[in-house]
Write a protein that binds this ligand. Structure first.
Ligand code: SAM
Ligand code: SF4
Length: 318
C-alpha cells in the first residue's frame, strides 16, 4: 500500500531512533541487509549541456572545472566496463550531458556502446536525458535494462533550480519510460536549499510511480564552484539519513542508492545510512563528474561492516 503525503509528514516527525528502526524493520523484511549492490557511473558525453540545472557542472551556462568531451569511443567504454567488473560492480550507468537524446549517428553510437557493455555481463543503465518511446525500445533491444531519469526536487522548488524545462514535462516523460519495458532509476538531490516539505514531496512523487522505481539514487549536493549553488553548505548528515529512512519506508522493495556526495560523509554516517535502508553505492573513480570515496577505503568500510557485494536482480514491473 503506498503512503500518503500526510503519512510521510507524520513519519518525518518521529524521533530519529524510531524512524530509522521502522525503516530497518521493513528493509530487513524485503532485502538481505548485509548485502550491497555495487554500481559504477561514467560520463560518456561530458559538458556543453543546454539545460541550466543550477547544481550541474556540465551546464553550458556555467564556467566550471569540467572539460567538455564528445561522445566516447565504444571500445574505450568497453575497457572501462571490463575494469568495473574486476571491482565487483554489477550495475553500470552511462551518463550523457544532454537534455534529450539526438537521433542519427550519435544514437547509433550509443546503441553500440550499450551492446558492448551488455556483452560483458554488466547490467546496463543509461542516463541520457529525455528519450522517445522508440528510443526506449531501441535501448532495450541493445541490452539496456534500466533508465535513470531523476526528478531531482519538488515541483515547487524546481523553478528555482532549472528554468530550461518544467517539472511537469520531466514527470510526463518519466511516466512514459515507466510504461516501457525499461526498469526505472529515479531519484533526486538533497541540500540545494529546499525545505523539508520539498524533500517529502520529492520522495512522495517518486513513490507514486506505478510500479515504484526499481532504483532510487539519493544524491547529496556536491557544491561546485562556478554553478549558482557553488557556495551551498553540505547537507546535515543526519537529515540525509532521515530522508533515506523515509524513502525506504515509502518504497520497501526498491534499491536505494547513496549517490553523489557520499565521499563527503563519514564512515559512521554511511553505516547509519545502510542501517536505514540504503543498499547500493557507486564505487570507482567518479560518479559521472563528481568524486567518489577512495576505493580501498570503500572496500575496507564494507569489510568492517560485514557487508558483501550482491547483484540484485530486481524488477518491480510485474
Ligand atoms: N543529463 C541527464 C539528466 O539530467 O537526466 C543525465 C546526466 S545528469 C549529470 C544525472 C544526475 O546527476 C542529475 O539528475 C543529478 O541528480 C546528478 N547531479 C549532477 N550534478 C550534481 C551535483 N553537483 N551534486 C549532486 N548530484 C548531481
Ligand atoms: Fe544537463 Fe543533466 Fe547537467 Fe541538467 S543535470 S545540466 S540536464 S547534464
Amino acid at each position: 500500500m503506498s503512503l500518503s503525503f500526510a503519512d510521510l509528514e507524520h513519519l518525518y516527525q518521529l524521533p530519529f531512533n524510531d524512524l530509522i528502526r521502522e525503516a530497518h524493520e521493513l528493509y530487513k523484511h524485503h532485502h538481505a541487509v548485509n548485502t550491497i549492490h555495487l554500481c559504477g557511473a561514467i560520463s560518456i558525453k561530458t559538458g556543453n549541456c543546454p539545460e541550466d540545472c543550477a547544481y550541474c557542472p556540465q551546464s553550458v551556462h556555467y564556467k566550471t572545472y569540467v572539460s567538455k568531451a564528445m561522445l566516447s569511443d565504444p571500445n574505450d567504454v568497453l575497457d572501462i566496463a571490463f575494469y568495473a567488473k574486476t571491482l565487483g560492480i554489477t550495475h553500470f550507468c552511462l551518463g550523457a550531458a544532454w537534455s534529450y537524446v539526438p537521433n542519427g549517428r550519435a544514437f547509433q553510437k550509443i546503441l553500440e556502446i550499450v551492446r558492448k557493455v551488455h556483452s560483458t555481463g554488466l547490467q546496463v543503465c543509461c542516463s541520457l536525458g529525455s528519450i522517445s518511446e522508440e528510443q526506449a525500445q531501441s535501448l532495450i533491444d541493445a541490452g539496456c535494462t534500466t533508465y535513470n531519469y531523476n526528478l531531482d526536487t519538488s515541483p515547487d522548488f524546481y523553478t528555482k533550480i532549472i528554468t530550461t524545462r518544467t517539472f511537469e514535462s520531466r514527470y510526463k516523460t518519466l511516466q512514459m519510460i515507466r510504461k516501457s519495458n525499461l526498469k526505472i532509476s529515479c531519484g533526486g538531490i538533497l541540500g540545494m536549499g529546499e525545505t523539508i516539505s520539498d524533500r517529502l514531496k520529492l520522495i512522495y512523487l517518486i513513490s507514486q510511480l506505478s510500479p515504484q522505481p526499481e532504483m532510487v539514487p539519493l544524491n547529496a549536493l556536491v557544491a561546485i564552484e562556478g554553478t549558482p549553488l557553488g557556495q551551498k553548505a553540505f547537507i546535515d548528515p543526519l537529515e540525509y539519513v532521515r530522508i533515506v529512512a523515509l524513502a525506504r519506508i515509502a518504497m520497501p522493495r526498491t534499491i536505494i542508492a547513496m549517490a553523489a556526495g557520499r565521499y563527503k560523509m563519514s564512515f559512521e554516517t554511511q553505516a547509519l545510512v545502510f542501517f536505514s535502508g540504503a543498499n547500493a553505492i557507486y564505487i570507482g573513480e567518479r560518479i559521472l563528474t563528481t568524486p567518489t570515496p577512495d576505493l580501498n577505503a570503500d572496500l575496507d568500510m564494507l569489510e568492517k561492516l560485514g557487508m558483501n557485494a550482491h547483484a540484485y536482480n530486481i524488477d518491480l514491473r510485474q
